[in-house]
Design a binder for this molecule. Structure first.
Ligand code: GEK
Ligand code: PPY
Length: 247
């Protein structure tokens, strides 16, 4: 049975910062589906890109895997020999549920679930790296080093799929996209109070960049081919490819 997200439904006197605790992990599939426009399209496309970019005998990384939705879609679409998926999250509540979720599917692809801060791990022999709505939670001054590590750990021809909540550099468009996102949440059954309490709880935790900041940073760390492949309101996904080595 999947639980419905009522976390911000009642007034909360002392609203703390949003965190990925046991309560959030419990309702996460419902929360993300009703809160992130385009989420299921992005998950499907991660599978499609895995099918194209996975290299035989390489590693695939799902950084900030939560319950393993992207991991499962990668695993389902992998046909290349000798690949392994490394899924990482720093929330033990998420990882416990991810293990249960992934065990429900039959697959020959090895998956390692690791509890760690993605800023501290090593990345090597990678062909596909997924940051699906995770970079936005990393301290802004640590983002570039993380992306550099990903670039260096990718094999030539490898891909990073980076999905994020964005801000727009144009104030009018920015406000429009935020309003449309809130309309989307209300249309999915969230009340005014739920929208506003969650917005406050996320303020210090989820710090979005503009698409331009993302593109410039990805280019700075070395990615040769970068663009947005999907956007719905202030949510979207970028693709960054490491150039194939010229012999
Ligand atoms: N430093 C960190 N190290 C490791 N994990 C982290 C860190 N900071 C946050 N997380 C983890 O990143 C995940 C972000 S949710 C990703 C959805 C998933 N990718 C999905 O495709 O369903 C996005 C959202 O909820 O908007 C949470 O599970 C955090 O515990
Ligand atoms: O719900 C929101 O307002 C969001 O920005 C998306 C989200 C989804 C799940 C956890 C945290 C943020």
């Amino acid at each position: 049975m999947q639980s419905k997200d009522h976390i911000f439904a009642a007034p909360i006197a002392q609203l703390g910062d949003f965190c990925f605790d046991q309560k959030v992990a419990e309702v996460f599939p419902d929360m993300i589906k009703r809160s992130v426009p385009g989420y299921s399209n992005i998950i499907s496309a991660i599978g499609m890109m895995t099918a194209r970019f996975a290299q035989p005998h390489s590693q695939l990384y799902d950084l900030g895997c939560s319950l393993g939705a992207a991991t499962q879609e990668m695993r389902r679409n992998l046909t290349q020999d000798g690949c392994a998926i490394i899924a990482i999250d720093n929330s033990s509540a998420m990882l416990e549920r991810a293990a249960n979720h992934l065990a429900a599917f039959k697959s020959d692809v090895p998956v390692t679930l690791t509890e760690a801060d993605i800023c501290d791990i090593e990345i090597e022999n990678a062909s596909v790296v997924v940051l699906n709505f995770t970079l936005q939670f990393i301290a802004p001054d640590k983002r570039e080093a993380l992306l550099k590590k990903i670039y260096q750990g990718l094999n030539p021809g490898g891909v990073l799929i980076l999905s994020e909540k964005f801000i727009s550099a144009d104030d009018t468009v920015n406000q429009l996209l935020i309003d449309l996102h809130h309309d989307f949440k209300r249309a999915n059954g969230y009340s005014e109070l739920e929208v506003s309490q969650k917005r406050t709880a996320l303020e210090n935790v989820l710090r979005p960049d503009t698409p331009e900041q993302h593109k410039e940073r990805l280019a700075r760390v070395g990615f040769n081919h970068v663009d947005m492949w999907f956007q719905c309101f202030n949510f979207g996904s970028m693709v960054a490819i490491k150039q194939v080595a010229i012999k």
